[in-house]
Design a protein around this ligand. Structure first.
Ligand code: SF4
Ligand code: SF4
Ligand code: SF4
Length: 218
C-alpha cells in the first residue's frame, strides 16, 4: 500500500499564498481546470480554506532573525484523532494510500474532529455546513483525463518556488523519501502521537550580512 503525503520546504517557501489560493480554487469547484483557466479566478471565493500560510519571525541562537512562512494543511496522520472521534464514520483513513477524507454526506457538522485535530487542519464550510479538509487532491492525482504533469495536488503544481513536493513515503526511492533522508524532515508535534505523514524541511540559517565598512571621507 502507498503512504501518500507532502513534503513542504520551509527554506524555499516565500509565503506567496499561491498554493492556498489554488487549493481553494480547485476544491470549491471553480472550473474544471482552474490552474489554466483565468476565468476561474473570478469564481466563488466563499467556503473553507484547506491550506493556510502562517508567517513567523524566528531568531536562531547564532544567526540573524529570519522570516519563516509555514503552510499548514491536513498532515494525513496515521493515528488520526479526527477519525477516532467522528461519531458517524464520515472521517476515515484510506487503507490503500493513507489519505484521510471526509465522506460529506455522512458529516453532521458536529465539529468534534476540529476539536480533536491538534494542528487546526479542519475547517467548517460555512455555506455547506459540512467539515472540510485537505483531500490531498484525490480527485486530481488519480484522474487519467488530466495530463501526466497535472496528476499532482493543485498546491504542488502551483508553487512557484518548488517548496511543495508530493509522493509515496512508503517508497524509499520516491522524491519525498529522498528529500526527507537528505534534509531531515520534521514531524510536526510528535508528542501528540498522531504520526503525521507530511514532513517539513527545516529552514537553513541565513548568513549574516557583511558589516558596513567605514564611509570614505570626501
Ligand atoms: Fe485529522 Fe488533523 Fe491529522 Fe488531518 S492533521 S489527519 S485533520 S488529526
Ligand atoms: Fe489543497 Fe490539494 Fe494541496 Fe491539500 S493537496 S492543500 S487539498 S491543493
Ligand atoms: Fe510557499 Fe509555495 Fe505556497 Fe508560495 S506557493 S506560499 S512559496 S508553499
Amino acid at each position: 500500500d502507498k503512504r501518500l503525503g507532502l513534503v513542504i520546504d520551509l527554506d524555499t517557501c516565500v509565503g506567496c499564498h499561491a498554493c492556498a489560493v489554488n487549493c481553494k480554487e480547485w476544491n470549491t469547484g471553480a472550473g474544471a481546470s482552474p490552474l489554466s483557466d483565468a476565468d476561474a479566478y473570478g469564481a466563488d471565493v466563499s467556503g473553507a480554506w484547506l491550506n493556510r500560510i502562517h508567517t513567523f519571525e524566528v531568531t536562531p541562537a547564532d544567526a540573524p532573525a529570519q522570516i519563516v512562512h509555514f503552510p499548514k494543511s491536513c498532515l494525513h496522520c496515521d493515528d488520526a484523532p479526527c477519525v477516532t472521534v467522528c461519531p458517524t464514520g464520515a472521517s476515515h483513513k484510506r487503507s490503500e494510500d493513507g489519505i484521510v477524507l471526509v465522506t460529506e454526506d455522512m458529516c453532521i457538522g458536529c465539529g468534534l474532529c476540529a476539536w480533536a485535530c491538534p494542528y487546526g487542519a479542519r475547517e467548517m464550510d460555512p455555506v455547506e455546513n459540512v467539515m472540510k479538509k485537505c483531500t490531498l487532491c484525490v480527485d486530481r492525482i488519480y484522474d487519467e483525463v488530466l495530463p501526466e504533469e497535472d496528476r499532482i495536488p493543485a498546491c504542488v503544481r502551483t508553487c512557484p518556488s518548488n517548496a511543495r513536493h508530493f509522493g509515496d513515503f512508503n517508497d524509499p526511492g520516491s522524491h519525498v523519501s529522498r528529500l526527507v533522508a537528505d534534509r531531515g524532515g520534521i514531524e510536526l508535534m510528535p508528542e501528540m502521537g498522531t504520526k503525521p505523514v507530511n514532513r517539513y524541511l527545516p529552514p537553513r540559517p541565513k548568513a549574516r550580512a557583511p558589516a558596513a565598512g567605514p564611509v570614505a571621507a570626501t
